[in-house]
Design a protein around this ligand. Structure first.
Ligand code: FAD
Length: 448
């Protein structure tokens, strides 16, 4: 069976070494990620400016980028209880507090209240620092606003009902205007990720990275056959394709979660929606492949932080909490590093391609700015967390030297680290949801 077959069970072909490697790694990393994102204050609160910015690319009303427009896609919305309506589903829940630093020192901390008296605010407060090597617009550095802390646990990534022209315009803008001017479907037809077919001699060394100095790719050729495909000049830029895959993989992971935690509007129950999964993934194996690709990118970035995090202060003023959090994160980084190599960033931006790297970074910043055009609070929250997470991964991959002396690497701010780990957790969970959807597919096939 080929990876381009339509059935979900065949999306991840048996015997493909790299898929196996990632799945094996995920079995080890997922419980660690679950623990870190659920049991530590540091990783379960995120500071961001969710409401202070306007969409910098278009007028909301003109482009139907606002929530009122987006929710109209649920035909019978007015007939269903208010709490199930898209607008309600997209709202934030749980503790949300202003930036503690912007308050008077004598004022009691609402954040501390929200978190519980025994929890230490020092675990989630950070200084504002910026570095020109950032790949994202720093979330917590908006003019005049320091952002809000939001509980990621209280606001799980799930179905919100946000859809229609508003949502599609954002995706379109991300792919078309900020991704080297390509349309997703054009890009998607290119087929599999070469690096994941390690056992295939024609494939290249690592995920999504071209072999033979960028002249060929394992994918679907113009004749419709799968194999080693010669790329035309435009296609040769590996960096642009990596960029696209990161975006497409993020999109696919968001789709996976909204189908996984879906609201059945007839019964009011939340749960996996097989039809939703099929409608978004059937016929698009490359979307699943891009989730694997992103896993490789993120896990490699986390593994690269092993040394850097040895002395990282997680909870200033609370050495006990800091030590516990650090131990959990170091275990994660060490486990990620113990896997077979899954991504080799050294193949990118070779030959001193400074301008391409700069363009890559600028385009990624544009994607992160586009998150302010997302007309649903919860979607915007997770959109921002994940673009920041990928931005951080790219920063670590391309700007960090894992063997550098202390102080040489750029500073990794709290929002960046929190976003990186939570984004890896999202992608890790996408693979688990994929497994469950595959089992549903198999069961239905058996019943037919
Ligand atoms: P969309 O997912 O909107 O896709 C638009 C087009 O992009 C498709 O027609 C297809 O051509 C192409 N495409 C689809 N998937 C891929 C892929 N993986 N790679 C490449 N191309 C692709 N909704 C929720 O319910 N919960 C959320 O948490 C949520 N978060 C969101 C975050 C962001 C940043 C955005 C922009 C939207 C979010 N949405 C969320 C909305 C959701 O992503 C969809 O837009 C919505 O469900 C409508 O889906 P659709 O079927 O119209 O296709």
């Amino acid at each position: 069976p080929s990876v381009c077959n339509n059935s979900p069970s065949e999306l991840v072909p048996d015997g493909c070494a790299s898929y196996d490697t990632i799945e094996t790694l995920n079995r080890k990393l997922n419980p660690l990620l679950q623990e870190i994102t659920h049991d530590t204050d540091y990783f379960s609160y995120y500071r961001l400016d969710l409401f202070g910015r306007t969409c910098p690319f278009w007028d909301d009303e003109g482009m139907c980028g606002n929530i009122a427009c987006a929710v109209t896609t649920i035909d019978d919305e007015k007939d269903i209880p208010e709490i199930w309506r898209a607008e309600e589903l997209g709202k934030l829940a749980g503790p949300k507090a202003s930036h503690p630093i912007s308050r008077e020192p004598t004022e009691p901390s609402p954040l501390r209240g929200a978190l519980g008296a025994e929890r230490e605010e020092s675990c989630i407060v950070e200084e504002d620092e910026c570095d020109e090597r950032d790949y994202c617009v720093p979330e917590d550095e908006t003019e005049g606003s320091k952002g809000d802390y939001v509980s990621l646990l209280e606001n799980p990534e799930r179905f919100t009902g946000y859809a229609g022209a508003g949502a599609q315009n954002v995706w379109k803008a991300i792919y078309r205007e900020n991704c080297f001017d390509r349309h997703p479907e054009l890009e998607e037809t290119k087929g599999g990720l070469a690096g994941f077919s390690k056992r295939n001699p024609a494939a290249m060394e690592f995920a999504g990275v071209m072999q033979e100095k960028g002249k060929h790719e394992f994918g679907v050729g113009k004749d419709g056959k799968q194999g080693l495909v010669e790329l035309d000049a435009d296609d040769m830029c590996l960096e642009k394709r990596v960029f696209h895959r990161v975006i497409s993989g993020m999109h696919a992971s968001i789709s996976m979660h909204l189908c996984w935690d879906y609201l059945n509007q007839s019964t009011g129950e939340w749960g996996p929606n097989y039809e939703c999964f099929m409608s978004r993934f059937k016929g698009h194996p490359e979307r699943v492949q891009n989730i694997y690709f992103n896993y490789a990118v993120l896990a490699r970035a986390v593994s690269k932080l092993q040394n850097y995090l040895q002395d990282y202060t997680f909870c200033s003023g609370d050495t006990y909490q800091s030590r516990i959090t650090r131990a959990k994160v170091l275990k994660l980084a060490k486990t990620a590093a113990s896997a077979e190599p899954i991504f080799d960033e050294s193949l990118m931006f070779k030959n001193e391609m400074t301008s391409l790297k700069e363009e890559f970074r600028n385009r990624f910043r544009n994607v992160s700015r586009l998150m302010d055009c997302v007309g649903c609070d919860k979607c915007r929250l997770w959109g921002k967390v994940q673009t920041q997470g990928y931005g951080t991964a790219l920063k670590v991959l391309f700007e960090f030297d894992e063997d550098a002396e202390p102080g040489v690497n750029p500073v990794l701010r709290r929002t960046e680290l929190v976003a990186l780990v939570n984004t890896l957790h999202r992608v890790s969970h996408s693979l688990i949801a994929l497994d469950a959807f595959k089992a549903m597919w198999d069961q239905r096939q058996a019943e037919e």
